[in-house]
Ligand binder design. Structure first.
Ligand SMILES: C[S+](C)CC[C@H](N)C(=O)O
Ligand SMILES: N[C@@H](CCS)C(=O)O
Ligand SMILES: [Zn+2]
Length: 347
């Protein structure tokens, strides 16, 4: 059984989905870091994609935990799953392509299991107590070229000086083609650290005739620019020009920067805005370790959500080091707000 979302044009998919969800949607939380919290060893060039080979049952478990926490969108384990990365591990191209498809199958299977449980948690109840099945989308993750480099380059974007737009397109092409035909509802281009990669993705979506919608999520370390130094506004303009994109936003960025970024995005786009920040901890890419932040806590994260909504975001979740508890808290904040008189804005 597929999702409850009717297939239509790219732009209608997200509009109809958000309407079905009540005007906003909950995205899942940190995926790789949650695998790690459950004991997976992912200090590896494949990072979370290693679990597609070694522990697919854990991938399913993490998806299910996020669905049980209230997520309307689950993101596949393909963030660092690249054909080039799998081949470097000794797999054939065919095996690599199968693993990409498997990442989507695992998410779709988790959605099926969740729906089939038919317990109270898989149903939403309106104020009259009427039950309706919660809409759930599967977003196929595409991490940046910097993710494949496996040294935290998605937080620096510096590789922009050693690649061209064409080489980035060639790097991502086959993976994007496969994920587009895998049964996912949309593609999530995540943790984008520079404008060049956004331009490469836009070209790919157009030139390859990709027929499922997508979102772009940029990362930032200051609330104004992406890590390469280009302004978030310039990057959002590139994204806004692409008809296939149904949302634009920010991921894996400290919560304290999100407000300014949402305000900037709103200046250049009418598309839905998605935000899924990390915990605020800082990643040491060399040692693949997270360094605690004195400046932020989980409570801070959740207390920001209403503000982000006021500022114009409509999809909310978490990225690295956030957990099902973070997503439960976001779900609670948003559902409490929705039972209050509506302040919803449609852009
Ligand atoms: C978003 S970062 C935490 C992902 C992991 C990184 N690409 C690495 O391999 O170390
Ligand atoms: N969807 C990925 C993003 C990493 S930045 C994950 O949560 O692991
Ligand atoms: Zn992240």
């Amino acid at each position: 059984m597929g999702s409850l979302v009717k297939k239509g044009t790219s732009s209608s998919l997200m509009t109809e989905f958000l309407e079905k969800c009540g005007g906003y949607a909950v995205v899942d939380g940190g995926f790789a870091t949650e695998l790690e919290r459950h004991g997976a060893h992912i200090k590896d060039p494949l990072w979370s994609a290693k679990c597609l080979i070694t522990s697919p049952h854990l991938v399913t478990k993490v998806h299910l935990d996020y669905l049980e926490s209230g997520a309307n969108i689950i993101i596949t384990a393909s963030y660092q799953a690249t054909i080039q990365g799998f081949v470097a591990k000794g797999l054939s191209v065919g095996e690599a392509e199968s693993l990409l498809r498997r990442s989507v199958e695992l998410s779709c299977e988790a959605r099926e299991i969740f729906y089939n449980r038919c317990n109270k948690g898989s149903w939403d109840f309106d104020h009259a107590g009427k039950a309706s099945r919660r809409p759930v989308l599967v977003a196929a993750s595409v991490g940046s070229y910097g993710a494949y480099l496996a040294d935290g380059s998605e937080y620096s974007g510096v590789y922009v000086d050693s690649v061209s737009k064409e080489s980035l397109k060639d790097f991502h092409r086959r993976r994007v083609q496969i994920l587009a035909k895998s049964g996912a509802d949309l593609i999530a281009f995540e943790t984008i650290p520079n404008k060049l990669e956004a331009e490469a993705y836009v070209d790919l979506l157009e030139e390859e005739g990709i027929d499922i919608p997508a979102w772009f999520a940029f990362t930032s370390k200051d609330g104004v620019t992406v890590p390469s130094g280009e302004s978030i506004i310039e990057c959002a303009e590139v994204a806004d020009s692409c008809k296939k994109l149904v949302a634009i936003g920010i991921n894996c960025t400290a919560p304290r920067y999100i407000s300014d970024l949402v305000i900037s995005l709103r200046q250049v786009t009418h598309k839905p805005i998605i935000v899924y920040p990390n915990s605020g901890e800082v990643y040491d890419g060399l040692n693949k370790k997270w360094i605690k932040s004195e400046e932020e806590s989980e409570e801070d994260f959740v207390s920001y959500v209403s503000r982000w909504r006021e500022e114009g975001a409509s999809l909310f979740g978490g990225c690295c080091r956030t957990t099902p508890n973070t997503i439960k808290a976001i779900t609670n904040v948003l559902s409490c707000e929705s039972s209050a008189p509506s302040k919803l804005k449609f852009w």
